[in-house]
Write a protein that binds this ligand. Structure first.
Ligand SMILES: Cc1cc2nc3c(=O)[nH]c(=O)nc-3n(C[C@H](O)[C@H](O)[C@H](O)COP(=O)(O)OP(=O)(O)OC[C@H]3O[C@@H](n4cnc5c(N)ncnc54)[C@H](O)[C@@H]3O)c2cc1C
Length: 481
């Protein structure tokens, strides 16, 4: 990224108090830089916040923290201390009224699918091995080529199309490369037969560390640290635009018009809005940036009079007769989340675009939809729904349409040409980040300012493989791999 400014005297402003922005500010505050963070909402934590609801603590959907990058794990432990528990992950796919373990367990899949369907899946898999489908850059050919068409149709197609709102033919293979990585059917079968305990692949990880007060605890603590070490986290202060002069950052303009002067801005606000509101943006960059699309999420929280609805941390809902895509059961994370309460809070995720009727549907209609679908899936078990709450997240997922990368590269080059500007984060940098990726972006953005390093932050969560020191967080702390 462009323009590294060195030294403690520099004035640094950060846009957004999500994991990326707060990590950057936390590191800058540690280095003695008086950083200021501007957050649009009244909470810190961004998509990874934890809110209080019906006397319990809940995240915005399921938030499993997982990283094998030692820098990220060290920082997480530094903030969380001993206030975390290791959770045994149980997540399953709900498809045609049956539950399939995810990551897939071949014997469970075989049992659920039945002999005939399993046989067809295997034939379709071996057909691919003999005559592989030609890769055309799409998610569909990537998955079919790896798992066979039948498994693609059962385990990937409906869910991915619900999530992204486009055909798997139009979805870029980057999504698969980032999220499914090297998982293969043969690896899964080998693991099942030989009970392999060595976790060699990300999507096979079956334990994770979780803060006892919810995911957002990490970011609440970071904000407290910043506020008590010379910095300031301003809530409910949305930034309208980054102000530049002769392609150099001079500050930010808050919504309402107030201008704040800075030498360096770290932005995690949506990249499309950032570009759109900058001065001197070439038309081509503006047009391309406007064509980058995001998908929204609606979370329908239900408070249910039951303590054992289902045992999973979350369920993926592949059945195409249900609109909902994922259900989180917060009673199955850590008891500290629900305390003395006897009810269970679940969050149902619905995905849609701005122009879909669901996005502007009234809260009570969405709550009724949630109740109806939970009952239809057989998960409500005649339990009483005590209350409902709707939380809408605009621009939740950057959509990897085929060919998006070329467009993004153009936007990246333009933003790199502005001195004093660093762009990070999930919608900030248009990367389908988990917390760990955003934390790493924040860490390295701060390092670029503090130590004048030149980390290329655009590469994180794409092809950033240079750091070799791997570790995992266990009950007792950090363990090197
Ligand atoms: C349903 C769901 C499930 C997830 N599950 C997991 C999981 O299991 N594991 C995992 O690691 N990650 C998970 N994630 C992803 C994780 O939440 C994100 O990767 C992470 O929060 C991204 O951090 P960020 O700082 O890049 O962006 P964000 O969290 O989006 O933070 C950006 C912040 O900027 C603020 N902002 C935006 N515009 C402005 C403006 N103009 N002015 C001021 N502030 C502004 C926003 O209000 C927000 O607080 C999940 C996300 C969702 C939605």
């Amino acid at each position: 990224m462009a323009s590294i400014i060195n030294g403690k005297n520099k004035r640094v402003g950060v846009i957004g108090a999500g994991p990326a922005g707060l990590t950057a500010a936390y590191e800058l505050a540690k280095a003695g830089i008086a950083v200021e963070v501007f957050e649009a909402s009244k909470y810190v934590g961004g998509l990874a916040k934890t809110i209080s609801l019906w006397n319990q603590r809940v995240d915005t959907g399921p938030h499993r923290f997982f990283s094998d990058d030692t820098r990220v794990n060290k920082l997480w432990l530094e903030v969380v201390g001993k206030d975390y528990k290791i959770i045994d992950r149980l997540t399953r796919i709900f498809y045609k009224n049956k539950f399939y373990f995810y990551p897939l367990k071949p014997f469970n899949a075989l049992f659920n699918l039945g002999i005939w369907e399993s046989f067809i899946c295997l034939i379709s898999y071996f057909k691919e091995k003999i005559k592989p489908t030609k890769l055309d850059g799409s998610f569909e050919t990537w998955v079919v080529n790896r798992f066979g068409r039948r498994l693609f149709e059962i385990f990937f197609k409906t869910y991915s199309e619900k999530l992204w709102g486009i055909s798997c033919k139009d979805l870029d293979e980057d999504f698969a490369a980032q999220r499914i990585k090297k998982l293969s059917l043969l690896e899964a079968i080998k693991n099942a037969i030989f009970q392999k305990t060595d976790i060699t692949h990300k999507t096979l990880a079956d334990q994770f560390a979780y803060p006892i007060q919810g995911t957002g605890m990490v970011y609440e603590r970071m904000a407290d640290f910043i506020n008590s070490h010379g910095g300031k986290v301003h809530l409910e202060k949305p930034v309208n635009r980054v102000v530049t002069k002769n392609k150099k950052v001079t500050g930010i303009e808050l919504v309402g018009g107030e201008i704040k002067d800075y030498d360096h801005i770290i932005s995690s606000m949506p990249i499309t809005l950032l570009v759109n509101r900058l001065d001197e943006v070439p038309n081509e960059v503006k047009t391309v940036s406007e064509s980058l699309k995001f998908r929204n999420t609606i979370l329908v929280y239900l408070n249910i009079e039951s303590q054992n609805l289902f045992p999973d941390n979350w369920l993926y809902v592949h059945s195409s007769d249900l609109k909902l895509g994922r259900i989180t059961n917060f009673r199955n994370w850590v008891p500290e989340l629900y305390g003395e309460e006897k009810s269970t809070i679940v969050a149902l995720e619905y995905w849609c675009n701005d122009d879909e009727p669901l996005w502007s549907e009234k809260d009570n209609v969405l709550i009724d939809l949630g109740k109806k679908e939970l009952a239809q899936a057989g998960l409500l078990k005649n339990s009483k729904v005590l209350d409902g709450y709707v939380y809408r997240i605009s621009r939740c997922y950057p959509v990897y349409n085929r060919g998006y990368k070329g467009k993004l590269n153009l936007v990246e080059s333009f933003l790199d040409s502005i001195s004093g500007l660093t762009v990070i984060g999930r919608y900030g940098a248009f990367k389908y980040n988990n917390q760990d990726h955003s934390i790493l972006m924040g860490l390295l953005a701060a390092e670029n300012i503090i130590k004048s390093t030149r980390h290329d932050l655009w590469k994180i969560n794409t092809d950033y493989e240079t750091y070799q020191e791997a570790s995992v967080i266990t009950k007792t702390g950090l363990q090197k791999k």
